[in-house]
Design a protein around this ligand. Structure first.
Ligand SMILES: *Cc1c(COP(=O)(O)O)cnc(C)c1O
Length: 376
């Protein structure tokens, strides 16, 4: 693999394929058309770097972006001057002015936020656009059914508001057979029927795979754009965007009875060859992927095969058993793969007792980001 542009001292690389990212966007947009496909780029585009991801998605035709915070909205505004930007965390007190200055729209998620935004619109004579988040059963953010009914009766508030989107969020979309999906769909439709007509949105990556009734006017995938396959039931037509590699710093031989790493939690039972790899929990390789003799944990890919982590994951290092990897045997300076074609985000997540989303968004800043464009 060509690693042009990487510094000689790089210990870890996150390679992001922007052509695959654009292709994933087009694939999802094609599934939901004529509904619009937005992109969720919160948390620095799930850790992949909004600075490169947002322009690539805009080039693929994306016109609407969702972020979590106002600071993220400001960054996206600079990258996509004409895009519509929604802030999922909603309206914090005394930030309405700043939403206008950035040109971002709050996702109003409680009666208090609606009241504050409405007061701001009245006081300034603006009918600034905002989204309304209604809760259909997740019990996280969003107006309750009672709040929605109260708003529906408040004609003065509705006159002051300019709702460009009414949205809700699914709890169990990664499980296509879960009855909660249909329940939330029905609840969302009922809430929509109480409110003035506005574009509607229910689904993120997995919801959009549940079929046309879940598309409404706009879908909001994040994880699937980055190649994630969270659904346990069906494959999403996207391909991996991210490869993560780290360096072998040294190889050591251990004798039976010797222990490896902190707390001596792994004991060699045979003459072993251990590769010390420059990735640790500070890089997002979860400490929960540590392994003892009894309990397996994380793995890395070396020369096309998976080899196990042995012992504790420490801040900067992992130890992996490469005894069975021959010809060519791993050597100092080699790259091993932490996430790649043979070791998906999902598998890395399972091995660490978590999900691929967390693996992706926790990839540390110490790993250099390298952007490639496989089409060119
Ligand atoms: C994060 C988020 C999304 C994107 O979810 P994915 O599963 O990554 O597609 C969509 N909507 C809301 C409200 C979110 O918080």
């Amino acid at each position: 693999m060509n690693r042009a542009g990487m510094s000689a001292g790089a210990t870890g690389i996150v390679t992001i394929d922007l052509a695959r990212l654009r292709a994933n966007y087009r694939s999802l947009a094609g599934i939901v058309t004529p509904a619009e496909c937005a992109a969720v780029v919160k948390a620095d585009a799930y850790g992949l770097g909004a600075g490169r991801v947002v322009p690539a998605l805009a080039a693929a035709g994306c016109r609407t972006f969702f972020v979590a915070t106002l600071a993220e909205a400001r960054q996206v505004r600079a990258l996509a001057p004409s895009a519509v930007i929604y802030v999922l965390d909603g309206l914090l007190a005394d930030t309405a002015d700043e939403f206008l200055a950035v040109g971002a729209r709050p996702v109003l998620s409680s009666a208090a936020e609606v009241a504050e935004w409405t007061a701001f619109c009245r006081a300034t004579g603006q009918r600034a656009e905002a989204a309304l988040h209604v809760d259909s059963g997740l019990n996280r953010l969003g107006l309750s059914a009672t709040d929605v009914r109260a708003l529906a009766d408040d004609t003065a508030a509705l006159r002051a508001l300019s709702l460009s989107l009414i949205m809700s969020h699914l709890a169990c979309a990664d499980d296509p057979g879960h009855p909660k999906n249909q329940e939330q769909l029905t609840a969302f439709e009922r809430l929509l029927s109480l409110l003035p007509v506005a574009p509607a949105s229910l689904s993120a990556s997995d919801g959009l795979m549940l079929g046309v009734p879940y598309h409404f006017n706009l879908v909001r995938p994040g994880y699937a754009l980055y190649g994630g396959q969270a659904s346990t039931g069906r494959a999403t037509p996207v391909s991996p965007v991210v490869t993560v590699q780290a360096r072998v710093l040294q190889i050591r031989e251990t004798l039976p009875g010797e222990t490896v790493g902190y707390s001596a939690s792994f004991t060699a039972t045979r003459p072993s060859r251990i590769a010390i790899v420059a990735a640790g929990y500070a890089d997002g390789f979860a400490r929960s992927a540590s392994a003892t003799n009894e309990t397996p944990g994380g793995a890395v890919e070396v020369g096309g095969r998976l080899v196990p982590v042995v012992g504790r994951v420490s801040m900067d290092l992992i130890t992996v058993d490469v005894t069975d990897v021959g010809d060519p045997a791993p050597r100092r300076g080699d790259w091993v793969t932490l996430v790649g074609p043979r070791l998906t985000l999902e598998e890395a997540g399972i091995r660490a007792g978590t999900i691929g989303y967390e693996v992706l968004t926790r990839l540390g800043q110490r790993f250099e980001r390298r952007y490639v464009d496989s089409e060119s």
